[in-house]
Ligand binder design. Sequence first.
Ligand code: GLU
Length: 347
Amino acid sequence: MKTHSNKMRVCTALAVLLLIFAISAAALAQAPDKMLTKANIEAAINEAYTKFKDVKEGENASYIKELATVDPNIFGIALVTTDGQVYTAGDIRSMVSIQSVSKVFTMAKVIEEQGHQAVMDKIGVDATGEVFNSITAIERMRGKEINPLVNPGAIASTSLVAGADSSAKWKSILQVHSDFAGRPLALNMPVYISEAGDNLRNQAIAHLLLAYGRMYFDPVQATDIYTKQCAINVSAKDAGIMAATLANGGVNPVTKKKVVSPETVMYTLPVMSTAGLYDDSGIWFYNAGVPAKSGVGGCLIAVVPGKFGIGVVSPPLDKAGNSVKGQLAIKYVIEKLKANPYWIQPK
Ligand code: GLU
């Protein structure tokens, strides 16, 4: 009898031990998610803001004249989780033109409408290895293998968006940007006018693509719509929600609206990973490990798939054309929250 109850005791102790082991193994596997508490997120973005707010490096873009006049001190950070919590630090009201960050959402729209294969076949997805508005890249590849996140591929994407005429295409592009942001976005008219009067290089790109059979709408009008899409105004909060919609498989986590499909997101994020930060895309990816996209207006978004999106607005850019504070802040937050998807807790 005594031996029997001893055995029982040993069995119970073993079962309890096993349970404890299982629970701690599960907890360890979940460790990075456990980092995403309200307190941790608030601390990370507030620290990033305080640490980098006085950084003076970088300069506003000036090749679009109006961008040179934007207040270089604007600095806002917004982190939005896939369950719709919005965390902000700094100036999240001031708006800048979205510029190249728009390329992501127009590309997603084209994938959504025509499928991912169409983007491969009609535009290309490889990094060109040349500057964002390179004409030699088009020439070298005879219009093929350009990519939607640099100007030639972006203008080609704009030309592919469904719509009977220029105004229908523009309406659709503005709508998808608004859906990603969860509110009606609007055009920054002075930036649009400033760039429209000075975009001969983009016009040349569109015409060269036409010559190679890789422009799918009138090149003058396609360039004009592209210029408009680049002039859409966003705040850091808009940018954070837009990024979070990508992080959440295409459903806006704040409005709950399905903007694009999870498949569309699946094909959009890899191009952001390989070509999101101009010539420094590889350096960014090496250091941060997450898909991101910058624009010359000073907006930078990054996506931690399944977890959160982050948007920063700060106009001064480094030599590669990426927001200086944007990169510093996002890298800091990702590291602090152990959100780099390549940070793997060994089993
Ligand atoms: N509208 C700008 C251009 O085409 C966008 C550049 C950018 O943000 O990379 O030059």
